[in-house]
Design a protein around this ligand. Structure first.
Ligand code: CP
Length: 361
């Protein structure tokens, strides 16, 4: 059974096939209007969402399928204490595929171990958001025509910004990518991501503190919101909340064909005046999200019917260290639910949690 928990669960070739299928769907939507007839998608959203949940819903309806689910965990038996594992064992009786968003990191991975139907991670805590990555890749392909040989500035909350983590992982598999990480000290990429970038020979990266100093170099500027809901300390949020604001004056030095992406929602990090600039691609990006989710749902359901095995899935393919270590991340699903404590030993000898990638205690 194939799932999408992390962007690297798909090989580069599989990722590009899904992007190409999304482009086929855009070119001829009618041809795909019944391909999921008789199938049901369950959207299990334990955290707020506008784009992801509604684009999944719209995607399944446009494929001729149906949608069930909840958008507020308090209206489900989760509020009575039901675990993720038991919830998905129940949902598999009612649906053919699951899209899950959860505030606990690793919850969709737990779901994939028990569901028996494909599980899609629709965002887990500050860890990963692989369908946003597919959305971002389709947008980059349509706007720039390629995935390689680009300089991309990632700006804002790189610590809690799950979309940044997933997109970096996906792009680090291409040649000629330079990532410029623009954040205050407090919002730098998490340790496991920095380690991953350091050990990857393809991607080059550097860290800077202002967007102005790198703006002329960028082919893509990926803006992010400071994720208020992830801060444990309100004073720390107040210190960094206005760190970066993109306005038209800052775009003067940018390339004429640079694009500005943002997973949205935005708060104040891009001013309204930027929306009229043709380089602002973030609302085009939203629409791409529906088409790429159509391609993903259709592909995973076909693979489930064919019983297609994993080709290369780092988490599942790894030899786990089981129930010997503890995760130090309070936001990890292993900190709150009774799950096997799974760790993967890296080439550097460090054991990282399979659910959230934090180091073992
Ligand atoms: N980009 C994104 O995940 O948006 P939502 O939180 O509205 O789903």
């Amino acid at each position: 059974m194939r799932h999408l928990i992390d962007p690297t669960d798909l090989t580069v070739e599989e990722t590009e096939r899904i992007i190409a299928l999304a482009e086929e769907i855009i070119a001829d939507r009618a041809a795909f209007s019944e391909v999921c007839k008789g199938k049901k998608l369950a959207t299990l959203f334990y955290e707020p969402s506008t784009r992801t949940r509604l684009s999944f819903t719209s995607a399944m309806l446009e494929l001729g399928g149906q949608v069930i689910g909840f958008s507020d965990a308090n209206s489900s038996s989760v509020s009575k204490g039901e675990t993720v594992a038991d919830t998905v064992r129940v949902i598999r009786c009612f649906a053919d595929i699951i899209a899950m968003r959860h505030y606990k990191e690793g919850a969709p991975l737990v779901a994939s171990q028990y569901a028996g139907i494909p599980v899609i991670n629709a965002g887990d805590g500050s860890h990963a958001h692989p369908t946003q990555t597919l959305t971002d890749l389709l947008t980059i392909k349509r706007e720039k025509g390629r995935f390689d040989h680009m300089t991309i500035g990632f700006c804002g909350d790189l610590k809690f910004g799950r979309t940044v983590h997933s997109l970096l992982k996906a792009l680090s598999r291409y040649e000629g990518i330079e990532a410029i990480l623009i954040s205050p000290e407090e919002l730098r990429l998490p340790d496991y991501m920095l380690q991953e970038l350091r050990s990857n020979s393809k991607i080059r990266f550097r860290e800077v503190r202002t967007m102005e100093e790198v703006m002329p170099e960028l082919d893509v500027l990926y803006m992010t919101r400071v994720q208020k809901e992830r801060f444990l300390d309100e004073e720390e949020f107040d210190r960094v909340k206005n760190s970066f604001v993109l306005d038209p004056s800052k775009l003067v030095s940018a390339k004429k064909d640079m694009i500005v992406l943002h997973p949205l929602p935005r708060v104040n990090e891009i001013t309204r005046a930027v929306d009229n600039d043709p380089r602002a691609a973030y609302f085009r990006q939203v629409e791409n999200g529906k088409f790429v989710r159509m391609a993903l749902i259709y592909t995973l359901l076909r693979w489930a019917d064919e019983n297609k095995p994993f080709e290369r899935t780092p988490v599942f393919g790894a030899d786990y260290v089981v129930n010997e270590l503890e995760c130090q991340n309070r936001r990890c699903i292993s900190a709150s639910e009774d799950v096997d404590r799974l760790f993967v030993r890296g080439d550097d000898g460090v054991c990282r949690c399979a659910y959230c990638e934090a180091k073992a205690k």
